[in-house]
Design a protein around this ligand. Structure first.
Ligand code: C5P
Length: 303
């Protein structure tokens, strides 16, 4: 996450993530699933502009990047800007935790596709917590921000510090940053339809032999691209493929390119290609774009 002060406003870039590895270890008594997942932040981001509001109210406006008029948003991407939006819930949770009476006007420019497994909503909410902590001069320590973040969703904690690479456990909220040998060049494809995270988890049928992320993490530390490609894993891929044939179609299309390897991110439907270098990523991106599979992003790890 990057931010800069603009007069009274803070402008924050909230990155997307990809899951290079996701194992579901079992179902918990609270209804969530126990996970081991390896996440990277990537250079695709939403932008939030936050301005203090003395009235104490929280208001949100959302514009899709590249859309000139608000009325021309595509319905598939329509996003609630009411109190149920995770950004508003994050701001309220911070007010409640601190007794702060200040409010905020928040402008969100959305680039990260939704229902994609890219963590956009969680990243926006985590950015809101970090930015308002600063804007409202609350000086909450990081562990307190993490506690509030964990109460709002499973993916927010990763975005509080947005490390380039981390292994995440528990519901996904326990974050262990890991040093990365070299950045990865990637192409991300979001097919035309999305999937709800809850629906994909409900479609997971269990595993007899859970895999470990150790080999992948070693390969990421040493920059061994071949082993990175060989150790990608996502236990939610099969349940997502059952719900959306576009996931399988997208992965097949990526397999037909010069990519090193491909997988789905999180609960889908976005899939990604690991590429040998930047030039190869641009070629793969152009080829996949020409196939009209959905939205295509050529990115690197880190924001
Ligand atoms: O935590 P979050 O609100 O992002 O999760 C959305 C849904 O995904 C949950 O309601 C739950 O159904 C499912 N989920 C899960 N186990 C996790 C994370 C999410 O079952 N570790």
């Amino acid at each position: 996450m990057r931010y800069r002060q603009h007069g009274p406003s803070l402008v924050v870039q909230a990155p997307a993530k990809l899951n290079l590895f996701l194992e579901v270890l079992g179902k918990r008594s609270d209804g969530y699933h126990e996970l081991e997942t390896v996440m990277v932040s990537i250079g695709l981001h939403d932008t939030l502009r936050l301005q203090p509001d003395a009235s104490g109210g929280i208001s949100l406006r959302c514009t899709l990047a590249g859309e000139p008029a608000e009325g021309r948003r595509r319905p598939v991407e329509r996003l609630s800007t009411g109190d149920d939006n995770l950004i508003c819930r994050a701001a309220r949770a911070l007010q409640e935790a601190t007794g702060c009476r200040q409010g905020a006007c928040i402008d969100l420019t959305k680039r990260i596709p939704m229902e994609a497994g890219l963590g956009g909503g969680s990243s926006d909410a985590a950015a809101t917590l970090v930015a308002l902590n600063r804007l409202w001069r609350l000086n909450l320590p990081s562990d307190e921000l993490h506690r509030i973040a964990a109460g709002l969703g499973s993916d927010l904690n990763f975005f509080i510090d947005s490390p380039s690479l981390a292994v995440c456990r528990g519901r996904g909220e326990q974050i262990e940053p890991v040093p990365m040998g070299r950045p990865l060049h990637l192409v991300v494809v979001r097919p035309r339809e999305g999937l709800s995270t809850g629906a994909v988890f409900r479609n997971w049928e269990g595993t007899a032999t859970p895999q470990s992320s150790d080999r992948l993490l070693d390969a990421l530390r040493s920059g061994d691209l071949g082993t990175v490609g060989a150790t990608l894993h996502n236990a939610l891929q099969a349940p997502a493929e059952q719900l959306s044939e576009q996931v399988r179609k997208t992965l097949r299309a990526i397999d037909g390119t010069e990519s090193v390897a491909a997988a789905m991110s999180g609960s889908g439907t976005a899939c990604f290609a690991i590429c040998r270098n930047g030039a190869s990523a641009r070629r793969i991106g152009a080829r996949l774009r020409a196939q009209g599979l959905g939205r295509v992003f050529v990115v690197r790890t880190g924001l």
